[in-house]
Every structure is written in structure tokens, then in C-alpha cells.
Design a protein around this ligand. Structure first.
Ligand code: AMP
Length: 284
């Protein structure tokens, strides 16, 4: 198998576990597919600009969530009680029920093994409510304080997302882009990405200013599925063509409020404009 074949052909890949993992493949999950932007594009309902943007780009999977029978069995009252107890408030349409146990998320084995190794006992509130949404490919703003498990709330679905995409080809940029306001936060996120992405052999790199560019350029040129970056240095790398955002299908703005307070809005807009597909996850 060439490294450019889809991960579907990889015996260890998540798609091979599809039937019993609870994760759905786009065409088998017709209702979510029908309402997706890709389906709208395929039906000619996407705006002309968007259609041009999408021309020539391969389709991608973004809905990996199937509610487990025990989550489906939760009554509205039980859901309300769980949210009240864990201090979860939600806004928006069709918000999925929270997942109260790791086993109910339908994460593939390689993710569950990492969670067990870390010794976690239950999802934190932002994970319980955020995972079903992020795994569904929903746009999401999550607000939770530091130490609440917010990093894994977006990273574990990101890892599942990457493992369902075709392998990177030469010249491809990352599939997951996480923007963070500071080098310190970017490095912390990278540590989590390295720990939890190791079993599926995902590569990541951290792009931030104030250090020589050489090693970061070399990482980008080797090809990395996950890039964690501060906005200024990332723009520098984009402008000097050391990477591109054509393959990004999962975008996270970590501490988005802080980035805006720090005046990063023009840089964020410049970066987001280069993301052809938008699956936006914000967290604070
Ligand atoms: P945060 O800065 O909000 O991402 O929180 C990070 C800390 O929470 C790290 O030490 C993680 O290992 C830890 N963490 C993440 N998820 C859980 C969980 N479900 N149970 C216990 N600790 C967790």
C-alpha cells in the first residue's frame, strides 16, 4: 500500500473497526450527510464562492458519532439532572445528549487505551458534552476553565478525525490546525497531542515565534497531521510557502477570547481565509 492510499486500507485504521465501533461512514449516515456542506455543494446549493473553493478538493468525513444505546436511553430528565450536577449549560439546536462514561463515546480502541493509561475515571463536563458535538462535525464554542480537560475535549475527536482522512501526500499541510495565543499554551497542547496521538502514529509540530525557524520548517516539510501554532509565526510559514492549509478540515481556536484580546483578529482572519473547509471548534 502506498502512503497516499486512504487510511481505510490500513488494517489498523479506525474504519476497519467501523461496524462495531459505533462510528458511521458518511454514506452510511445519510441524514447527517444530507445536511452537510459537502452534500449541499454536491446538490449545487452551496454559494458560488464556496463552490469554487471546494472545486477539486476531495470529500472528507466529519461525522463519526453514533449515540450508544445507554446514552439514547437517557430520558430528558436524566440529561437535565446530569447537566445540572456537572454544571453544564448548553445553547443551540439539536445539542446531543452528554456522554457520561468513556465507553459511551464510541472512541476507537487506540483512543480508549490512551485514556486508560492516563488513569482517568470519567469525562470532565466539557468532554461529556463536547465530544458528541465535535465527533459529529458540529461547529462548537466550548467555554471551560484551565484544568477542566478542554484540550482533550477537542484533541481526541481531532485524532479520530485525522485517522479517517486520506494520508498526507507530499506538499500537503496539516489536517488539524490548533491556534493558541502563546508559546506556553501551544507547547502544553503539543504534549497532550503527542501523548494521545502516539498510538495512531500521528505526527504533530508546534509553530511559535521567538526561536529559529529551521527545525519548525523541517517538521512542516516532512509532513505533519496536526499543527499547533501561534498566529504570527504560522502566517510567516504560510507566506514563505513552508506549509499550506488546503488539507485543514478541523480547526480549533484555543483561548479564542484571549487571542482576540491580544489583537490577533486580523491574523486569525487571514489564517481562517485559507481554510477551504470549515469545521470550527472554539474553546476558552
Ligand atoms: P486543560 O488545561 O483544561 O486541558 O486540562 C488539562 C489537565 O486535565 C491535564 O492534566 C489532563 O491530563 C487532565 N484531564 C483531561 N481529561 C481528564 C479526565 N477526563 N479526567 C481527569 N483528568 C483529565
Amino acid at each position: 500500500m502506498s502512503r497516499y492510499d486512504s487510511r481505510a486500507a490500513d488494517p489498523g485504521s479506525y474504519r476497519d473497526r467501523r461496524p462495531d465501533s459505533g462510528f458511521g461512514y458518511k454514506r452510511e449516515n445519510e441524514s447527517s450527510y444530507r445536511s452537510s456542506s459537502l452534500a449541499k455543494y454536491e446538490r449545487g446549493e452551496q454559494s458560488p464562492q464556496r463552490k469554487t473553493d471546494l472545486d477539486g478538493l476531495p470529500p472528507f468525513e466529519k461525522n463519526f458519532y453514533v449515540e450508544s444505546s445507554s446514552v439514547a436511553a437517557l430520558t430528558e430528565r436524566e440529561v437535565e439532572e446530569y447537566r445540572r450536577r456537572r454544571e453544564i449549560t448548553v445553547e443551540g439546536k439539536d445539542v446531543p445528549k452528554p456522554v457520561t462514561r468513556f465507553g459511551d463515546v464510541g472512541f476507537p480502541d487506540y483512543v480508549i487505551q490512551e485514556i486508560e493509561k492516563a488513569g482517568f475515571t470519567e469525562p470532565t463536563p466539557i468532554q461529556a458534552q463536547g465530544w458528541p458535538m465535535a465527533l459529529r462535525g458540529r461547529d462548537l464554542i466550548g467555554i471551560a476553565e484551565t484544568g477542566s480537560g478542554k484540550t482533550l475535549a477537542y484533541l481526541l475527536p481531532a485524532i479520530v478525525h485525522v485517522n479517517a482522512q486520506p494520508f498526507l501526500a507530499p506538499g500537503d499541510g496539516p489536517i488539524v490546525l490548533v491556534l493558541a495565543p502563546t508559546r506556553e499554551l501551544a507547547v502544553q497542547i503539543q504534549q497532550e497531542a503527542t501523548k494521545f496521538g502516539a498510538s495512531s502514529k500521528l505526527k504533530n509540530t508546534c509553530i511559535y515565534g521567538g526561536v529559529p525557524k529551521g527545525p519548525q520548517v523541517r517538521d512542516l516539510q516532512k509532513g505533519v497531521e496536526i499543527v499547533i501554532a501561534t498566529p504570527g509565526r504560522l502566517i510567516d510559514m504560510l507566506e514563505s510557502h513552508h506549509t499550506n492549509l488546503r488539507r485543514v478540515t478541523y480547526l480549533v481556536l484555543d483561548e479564542a477570547d484571549r487571542m482576540l484580546d491580544m489583537g490577533f483578529e486580523p491574523q486569525i482572519r487571514k489564517i481562517v481565509d485559507q481554510v477551504c473547509y470549515l469545521l470550527l471548534t472554539l474553546s476558552q
